[in-house]
Design a protein around this ligand. Structure first.
Ligand code: GLU
Length: 605
């Protein structure tokens, strides 16, 4: 995740990118990653992301009069350069936007979709009749590549609410790709973690494993192909991608992955075609909304499960009045509410174009109260807990209904950014290519990796499963870009990567900030645990140290996060904003997780 820096014009002492001076490397000093600070307070707008170059580009757009949407697109495009294993035009995401003029929240669903010809047994190996090995075989394959939505999201956001053209918004990132950034340890580690996958695919190995090794820390990494791609898209618009030459190249690389000679990985061909790309559309959806502690919490509606699951959990927690409870009991409630909401997520949430998702009922106070009543204040329930009945008729403590326990295979990559401008517009945007490194398939000559998002469909086909594979469908996501309003005005914006732990991370940071006596940076820094309706709670080691003994009497079994496939050693990587009194902005990112994030304001104080 968190590389780096802009560096590039190393001998000149400074580099000007689209009017922005961005680095200070000189002939006498080796390049160093752009410095980053995790917390910033100031005026005039703010940006937070995982990467300093990306945050600086967003801030430069704001300083030159761009709005929050312009800054979000420019920041995201820069993350496509410096965080290419998490984000980029080969992937998808969810864009949540508060418009200060209309005082409304809007969202764009830019999720990848399944090709029209994807069969329901796509994850079964025809040679054996058994499911493909999930990692590394299925994730490193054309089968897992969905139709990318990120570029269409940027274009739609700019056209709807931005002030810059696509070309202007992409130019700083194109310059960054051309001139390069300084590789840090995280980038090198992520490349090495992917060495087997990347070596299996010729164009990917050529770009990310030059000479057979990952780029070394402190070296300047350039991606000239990506620079040219951004410039082409700036000139020609999205049609070059969805209808033009790039569409043909994507089909070709998915259907005939350029396997390196001698690789042991199968790198199966996939289904995505130019017809699928030509048909792709982002969807503007109503946001989810729940009322919690006097605030309005807005999130992303299905196809993401983020908004419904965070929202339902908050409704479950509301009757428990967390702010009046001691820490251990508060955390017990958080873990139990999360398990209940995850049970309902698994039973009811999928792409609403294919599945009748009871979004309104999942977010109703009545359903939340019915579920809340099931929490034993002294004992953790046996997991998995059953799903509830979001049917519009609610009785306190109605027992749940059994639903299949389906394994979670979501990846752990992704990135989140937040922007706000001087007019009070706010963006909370999570984007991904799914696994760190996506499918591992780089589009030759174009400099970007394709996603493996279709692995977010349930691994085993079950006709009763709302997240079963269906052609044209969006796999269920956990991305949870969130904006919180107080009296109709922005108060918080936040989100995180982390697969299904995104949901618990956003929920935990929200309750830390709203129900405990924590500032936003403290709420982010506090150690995390994630209960997703499984027997054990994944917990960061510092969480076990800090809260483990207090939670054990409730019967929670905490296991070190990262010990199972679906959580990383560090849970999440939050980027957030808070709107302070007096027109000040607090931008906050991770102090240490994943190498720390980068926060900045337009006019720092
Ligand atoms: N594919 C995941 C989702 O859509 C995100 C992966 C991640 O956060 O690492 O929820």
């Amino acid at each position: 995740m968190t590389p780096k820096s802009l560096a590039a014009a190393l001998t000149t002492g400074a580099l000007v990118l689209s009017g922005l001076t961005v680095t200070t490397a000189s002939a006498h000093h080796p390049p160093a990653p752009t410095p980053k600070v995790p917390t910033a307070v100031g005026y005039g707008g703010a940006v937070a992301s995982v990467d300093a170059d990306a945050t600086n580009i967003g801030l430069s757009v704001l300083r030159r009069g761009g709005n929050a949407v312009d800054a979000a697109v420019a920041t995201a495009a820069a993350l496509g350069v410096t965080e290419p294993y998490s984000a980029g035009i080969g992937g998808g995401g969810y864009f949540v936007y508060y418009n200060a003029k209309s005082r409304k929240v809007y969202t764009i669903d830019g999720r990848e979709t399944a090709p029209a010809t994807m069969p329901s047994d796509a994850f079964i190996n025809p040679a054996t009749g058994k499911p493909y090995t999930f990692f590394p075989d299925l994730v490193t394959s054309g089968v897992s590549v969905g139709i990318p939505g990120t570029l269409a999201t940027w274009d739609s956001a700019l056209k709807s609410w931005g002030s810059l053209s696509l070309g202007k918004a992409l130019q700083p990132a194109a310059d960054l790709a051309k001139h390069g950034f300084v590789i840090d340890q995280t980038f090198r580690n992520q490349t090495l973690d992917n060495k087997v996958r990347f070596s299996a695919i010729v164009p990917t190995a050529n770009l990310y494993l030059p000479g057979g090794d990952a780029p070394v820390v402190g070296s300047v990494f350039r991606n000239k192909d990506l620079a040219k791609t951004y410039e082409l898209l700036g000139r020609k618009g999205t049609s070059a991608f969805y209808n033009g030459p790039i569409a043909h190249e994507i089909e070709s690389v998915v259907k005939t992955p350029p396997k390196a000679p001698g690789t042991t990985l199968p790198v199966m061909p996939g289904y995505l075609s130019t017809a699928d790309l030509a048909k792709y559309k982002v969807i503007k959806r109503d946001p989810t909304k729940v009322h919690y502690e006097g605030l309005d919490v807005y999130g992303m509606a299905p196809s993401s499960s983020g908004g419904t699951t965070v929202g339902e959990a908050l409704n479950i927690l509301a009757p428990q009045h967390l702010s009046q409870l001691p820490d251990a009991q508060r955390l017990h409630m958080y873990l139990e509410a999360s398990a209940l909401a995850f049970a309902d997520r698994g039973a009811y949430v999928g792409d609403p174009a294919y599945v009748d998702v009871p979004t309104k009922e999942l977010l109703s106070k009545g359903f939340g109260a019915e579920r809340s009543c099931l929490i034993d204040p002294a004992h953790a329930a046996v997991k998995p807990v059953k799903a509830g009945s979001p049917d519009g008729s609610y009785q306190p403590c109605t027992a749940g209904v059994a639903s299949a326990d389906r394994p979670d295979t979501e990846g752990l990559s992704t990135t989140h950014l937040v922007t706000a401008d001087k007019w009070g517009n706010v963006v909370s945007y999570t984007l991904t290519i799914e696994q760190t490194g996506g499918s591992g398939i780089l589009v030759p000559g174009r400099g970007f990796l394709l996603n493996n998002e279709l692995t977010d469909f349930s691994a085993v086909y079950d006709p009763a499963d709302p997240n079963r594979i269906q052609p044209g469908k969006r796999p269920r996501s956990s991305m949870s870009p969130t904006i919180v309003l107080r009296h109709g005005k922005p108060f918080l914006a936040l989100g995180s990567p982390g697969g299904s732990t995104i949901i618990t991370t956003v929920l935990q940071v929200l309750t830390n900030r709203l129900d405990r006596d924590m500032t936003l940076p403290e709420a982010i820094a506090d150690p995390r645990a994630s209960q997703r309706n499984t027997a054990n709670v994944s917990a960061e080691p510092p969480f076990i140290v800090k809260y483990g003994s207090a939670l054990t009497p409730y019967g929670h079994t905490l296991i070190k996060s990262g010990d199972e496939l679906t959580s990383a050693a560090e849970i999440g990587a939050v980027a957030a904003l808070e709107f302070l009194p007096g027109g000040r902005y607090l931008a906050a990112a991770e102090p240490t997780r994943r190498g720390g994030g980068a926060a900045g304001t337009v006019w720092p104080r």
